[in-house]
Design a protein around this ligand. Sequence first.
Ligand SMILES: Cc1cc2nc3c(=O)[nH]c(=O)nc-3n(C[C@H](O)[C@H](O)[C@H](O)COP(=O)(O)O)c2cc1C
Length: 193
Amino acid sequence: MEFNNLHSLKGYFDTRRSGRPREMVEPAPNDNELREMCAAAMRTPDHGKLSPWRFIIVPSHGRDRFKQILSDAFIANNPDARDGQISAAINMADHAPSLVILVHSLKPHASIPAWEQMLSTGAVGMNLLHAVHIRGYVGSWITGWAAYDEAVRVAFCKDEERIAGFFFLGSPGEKLQERPRPDVDDLISYWPE
Ligand SMILES: Cc1cc2nc3c(=O)[nH]c(=O)nc-3n(C[C@H](O)[C@H](O)[C@H](O)COP(=O)(O)O)c2cc1C
């Protein structure tokens, strides 16, 4: 990258924010771009090169099956749920034109703790959001009930893997709202004072 591009890159980096999945519209990253973004996201610190993460791209033709998995799981947990409650619980399957699932894939290791592997997976998720933003799209990292449901987990994960998040991607259908940000001075200290 040219050095003189870094200034505008900094502006991009400092202003990233999430969008609301239900408001995301086309244009959205195509398959090539999704793969490129996942590759960029994988450029993440990873103690021991264990790759304790992987991605699942859910193309548009997979959305109906995804919705069915959510529906079956929700009804199994809430047998008395009304239709409105079920559709509210599963409508995430229709959100945003592109969907990527980040899976945390712990690799048991004698000296590299699970904690560090979780940190690496979190960093991959954040990197993915930056990779999305830098290409002019918007993203949102959502877990919701589905990421913690066992039936949903086994639909996407092997062994002890778990869902780190659903990444909804597209373009903002509405003007993005800024959310309150922490006061930097509250969260930075110097040691020794
Ligand atoms: C691991 C993780 C899971 C999240 N799950 C949800 C969720 O289920 N529902 C939700 O409304 N926001 C969830 N969020 C927060 C959204 O990503 C939220 O839109 C984000 O914090 C906005 O901040 P940003 O504009 O800096 O990206 C989650 C965030 C993280 C890191």
